[in-house]
Design a protein around this ligand. Sequence first.
Ligand code: ATP
Ligand code: MG
Length: 378
Amino acid sequence: MMADHILPNAMLGILGGGQLGRMFTMAARAMGYRVTVLDPDPDSPAGGLADVHICSKYDDPGALQMLVDTCAAITTEFENVPAESMRFLQSRMRVSPSAECVSIAQDRIKEKRYISNAGLGVAPFLAIEKADDLAQDMSGHLPGILKIARLGYDGKGQIRVQTADEVKAAWQQMGSKPCVLEQMLDLQTEISVIVTRSSADEVNTFPVAENQHESGILDISIVPARVPEAIAEQARQMALQLAQALDYIGVLAVEFFVLQDNTLLINEIAPRPHNSGHYTIDACLTSQFEQQVRAMCALPPGDTHLLSPVAMVNLLGDIWRDDEPAWDKLLSEPHAKLHLYGKKEARIGRKMGHFNVLADNADSALQQAVALKDALKQ
Ligand code: ATP
Ligand code: MG
């Protein structure tokens, strides 16, 4: 049976008010929905744009009850919401994605085990949950990267290691918390696929993005990805297979490693719209944030075809230095679209905004994107 559609003017609730929550809020309000943001930060990027900002912690019972009493459905913009809060809401109202899916995505050990049990490839890894686990033979996974199992993002909570002694030191440096030791792979490139799934037969994917990182943080996404069509198609099928295994409802991002021999491995998943999907705002008929609205409202996903090749560039706090970047350079280019998140303080590595450049082909979009990024620093 199809769930009842939730229609415009309904109040939609989102856990988290960062940039993803902000872009969700804009998409929802454009469609005539009202939005309540729960975020403890009084200056959160989404709070000021929402109809209602509940400025409380994610496990505040009064705040959660208010969401139950006032919202038609709930979604999340980040995977680190307390699983208990998700479960409390889920037992009382429509919540997408489910608490179970979010809890898998918030723990690298659970996530990797789930993905490989689903028959999909992941980077070879060892779980290091307690001191005893350091006694395992790690030689097959070195050189590697030690990654904290929970709460890591944008390359934070990751240390590169060459020897077993370095793994031990790194594990202690991470506070002796559960980690995974992942083998360092020789990557040909990285790609990602974003799936929208409203029900078992209402599901689609966005065009595959090619992602370039700098210091573990996404720098540029290029669409269409410059990989053979067979690789792009295989990535789409793997992402769909995972979404189906999870019985996922909502927007699911799947990050892939492409090895030198074209093998595809899943790096990680995000139970929400993803930085590598920001291109969809300007280059697809439907954005990933509209898809999040649609899925939570039990509406079918919108059409995802690419209107134009595009490159997306992240704007990190680094380029602010003493002054605002040279916005006039970017705004003078008619095919560039600027998106800023309204964050007051520009810190090194902090995601402050992004821009999309539309062009006739992916190479040209990339070339113009790099030139515009350089121009911003002058
Ligand atoms: P984000 O939140 O930005 O996705 P994250 O902190 O979750 O980042 P990962 O996705 O695990 O981190 O890693 C960030 C980047 O570091 C990857 O996209 C890739 O470029 C590089 N990287 C991570 N693991 C490996 C590996 N095993 N081999 C080679 N490169 C890797
Ligand atoms: Mg990642």
